[in-house]
Design a protein around this ligand. Structure first.
Ligand SMILES: NC(=O)c1ccc[n+]([C@@H]2O[C@H](COP(=O)([O-])OP(=O)(O)OC[C@H]3O[C@@H](n4cnc5c(N)ncnc54)[C@H](OP(=O)(O)O)[C@@H]3O)[C@@H](O)[C@H]2O)c1
Length: 431
């Protein structure tokens, strides 16, 4: 094969090394599939002296981005630096110079997708980002292409491996959140500062990307209601089991008649639901469409080689499109403008855990406050903790969030209520 497409790699960290390994190690296989050779023409790094741990040709390294962005021989830029700046500026310049861009940068795509797509469209080039949500799981191309004939109604996914690992340890091994987090950090699954994972921000970036594509309408990060797992404790895990549920951090987006729902929060998932069996660092995305019915995508949502698998497949697509003269043929698919509903409008069932005085009439006063705001209870369990206090565990029927919040404002002021310990949304039907 004589023809060659040159690529510039921005970043040689976790994902960048995986991309390098795949492009060099699977070169023969890749060129057979796309009928051209891919050649790495240069690699941008921050620190030229850093040991790389892989046999990379040192002559390819540069710490000057213009060596790649201004190189007319490079047709595809792979951005795996991370962070919004300067990645955004480098990618924008590359698009404006007529280069296709492949990125795994969820933060940049979630915050600046619109302007980047406009730049790609104006310059008739591809902007591909399969690795940005779901890591190695094919999900963006399936949403944009394989499921394009559907009107998609719902996306519900485990899209953060760190929190899924922690919740799995808490559920299957009875460990505390802090011990499970330390284990995740020791295994390299969690960052030294794990706040973005634990507080649900990482999942929210991914959900905003997935929901925008699924519902053909832009869902920004600010549109996503975000709650993390830091308030989940061993008691919630135990009560969930007792009630027939497993707690998972889910990203949930629905296209309803009133508008789009987009939220990330811990969720009671029925023990028989396919998502309840997704454990450790694995991710899964469950989708419902009017023609496909229900379908689920499962796999590794991060890591060097799984993410590189998504990135290099995008590079191969961009190369094919360049060869066929159709670069930029699938651009932005947000052609509608649907409203995104505030969380108060969302309907759900809820699990509630309250600490109350252990005396007659308390349950009746709480039930009255719920009933007054239109919240009806599906089940109530009372556990005595000591002589003075009892723990009430309740599950509501489906109700609008605003009604529940109004009822809780009244309940927290009742003299018999010591604390509202936790409120967790319940999704799906139990068999
Ligand atoms: N890691 C994963 O499992 C994963 C999964 C899905 C998506 N992603 C996304 O993939 C991207 C890369 O993640 P990563 O984990 O591979 O990051 P990483 O390990 O921190 O690597 C970043 C690389 O970019 C280089 N770099 C960063 N800023 C630079 C700058 N201003 N100028 C020049 N070079 C710069 C660094 O150079 P030095 O090496 O010289 O410091 C390093 O090689 C991120 O957007 C991330 O969200 C990662």
């Amino acid at each position: 094969m004589e023809n060659v497409i040159k690529v510039g790699l921005l970043g040689l960290g976790t994902v960048g090394k995986g991309v390098y390994r795949l492009l060099t190690g699977n070169a023969e296989n890749i060129s057979q599939k796309i009928c051209t050779n891919l050649e790495i023409a240069g690699i941008l790094v921050r620190d030229m002296k850093k040991p790389r741990g892989i046999p990379v040709n040192q002559d390819l390294l540069t710490d000057n981005y213009t060596d790649l962005i201004d190189n007319p021989e490079i047709d595809i830029i792979i951005e795996v630096m991370g962070g919004v700046h300067p990645a955004l500026e480098y990618v924008t310049q590359a698009l404006k110079k007529g280069k296709c861009v492949v990125t795994a940068n969820k933060n940049m795509i979630a915050l600046h997708g619109k302007e980047l797509f406009e730049a790609a469209q104006e310059n008739h080039v591809d902007l591909l980002f399969e690795g940005s949500a779901g890591g190695g799981i094919p999900i963006i191309r399936p949403l944009k292409q394989c499921l394009a004939a559907n009107r998609l109604q719902k996306i519900m996914g485990i899209i953060n491996g760190t929190t899924n690992y922690i919740l799995t340890k808490m559920t299957l091994e009875g460990k505390s959140l802090s011990l499970s987090l330390s284990e995740a950090q020791a295994k390299g699954y969690a960052e030294a500062d794990p706040a973005s994972d634990i507080e649900g921000l990482d999942a929210a970036y991914k959900l905003s990307i997935l929901a925008s594509i699924a519902f053909n309408s832009r869902v920004s990060l600010e549109d996503v209601h975000i709650e993390g797992i830091s308030k989940i404790n061993e008691r919630d895990i135990l009560y969930a089991k007792e009630l027939g549920y497993i707690i998972k951090l889910l990203g949930i987006a629905k296209d309803t008649d009133e508008g789009i729902e987009a939220r990330v929060h811990p969720t009671f998932v029925p023990a028989g639901h396919p998502l309840s069996a997704v454990n450790d660092v694995f991710n899964a995305i469950f989708i419902q469409g009017d023609a496909i019915g229900e379908t689920m995508f499962y796999g590794r949502g991060a890591g060097e080689m799984p993410t590189a698998s998504a990135v290099v497949s995008d590079v191969m697509d961009a190369a094919r499109n360049l060869l066929n003269g159709v670069a930029g043929y699938i651009g932005c698919t947000c052609y509608e403008q649907k409203p995104v509903l505030p969380i108060g409008f969302v309907e759900s069932k809820y699990y509630l855990r309250l600490l109350v005085a252990d005396r007659p009439g308390v349950l009746a006063s709480i039930a009255y406050a719920f009933g007054d705001k239109g919240v009806s209870l599906a089940s109530v369990i009372q556990k005595n903790t000591d002589k003075k206090l009892a723990e009430l565990v309740m599950v509501t029927h489906q109700v609008k969030e605003q009604n529940l919040q109004d009822a809780l404002k009244v309940i927290e002021k009742l003299p018999a209520v010591d604390e509202i310990s936790n409120v967790i949304r319940v999704e799906g039907e139990k068999n």
